[in-house]
Design a protein around this ligand. Sequence first.
Ligand code: AMP
Ligand code: TRP
Length: 323
Amino acid sequence: MARILTGIQSTGTPHLGNILGAIMPGIELSKQKDNEAFFFIADLHSLTQIKDGNQLRKNTYATAATWLAFGFDTSTNVFYRQSDVAAEVCQLAWFLNCYTPFPMLSNAHSFKDKSQKLSDVNAGLFTYPVLMAADIIGYDADYVPVGKDQQQHLEMTKDIASSFNHIHGETFVLPEGLYDKRVMIVPGTDGQKMSKSYNNFIDIFLSDKDLRKQIMKIETDSTPIEEPKNCESCNAFALYALLADEVQIAKMKTNYATPGYGYGHAKQALFELICEKFKTERARFNELMENTDELDRQLAIGAEKAKAVISGVVAKVKSKTGY
Ligand code: AMP
Ligand code: TRP
């Protein structure tokens, strides 16, 4: 049995890019035979950037509700909030800090990048990769599915684990990163990569009215309605094609080639497709957001299962290091 583990930062309500690029593939992976998934909300990592407790909690619920709405099975997998195992994971992170060369952290791309962009350059940002290593090593994870941008963090995790193993003998499982080769990049309303920071995202959990408004904002060129349009260069078509089946895509291509079919029609079709395709998930998300006790209940079950595993690893580390 392979244990796959990944952390999801809770920076807001997951958008369509997160859903198609990470959540749906993650759930698929968790369903494969012989896989056991440990998926958690990295809310301690979020504190490096978000200092508003209400915001932090709301983001965590929205992230949890999205995974559950999309059908992540918490009975066969482990779904938890990082802060619910803070005592164990932060303890392990301290031990790992003492096996992490300082220059490795100061050369990390992500730290360099953030320290240029953010006004609050705190030590948490600096040691972020060590907490991430504890998240992974603490659960004997075999595979870690992440975006390409996390590859360096994964390599640091392996280096830290090997350095501990080298000194104290086989202790940690060395994890392998799984980088999605399909590199599906979901475009945003302006055609750049969909991202919260570019404010070009589509939040499928908005009310019909607000969702429609967001979709109508998709930027298109100024080809007049009476002329045929090029679907290949259109953002609305690109999004439509990611969600539609082959028959629908072929029909939409014909529509673009037909004079009189406008971008407004195409955006309306995209709106209707999103509503139809994610009908159950949208309803379930709203139900869960109205019932955060249910989210807390599910996360508490996950936290118990996670704690049982990481406590064993922490005990092993203490014994090996002489405590
Ligand atoms: P982020 O919110 O950028 O930390 O991303 C969380 C997860 O969603 C990562 O696995 C990303 O690779 C994925 N993701 C974010 N934006 C997109 C996008 N526009 N297209 C595809 N995947 C995305
Ligand atoms: N740093 C990851 C990101 O930004 C989130 C994360 C935290 C994570 N801990 C992890 C991912 C452990 C995988 C494994 O996406």
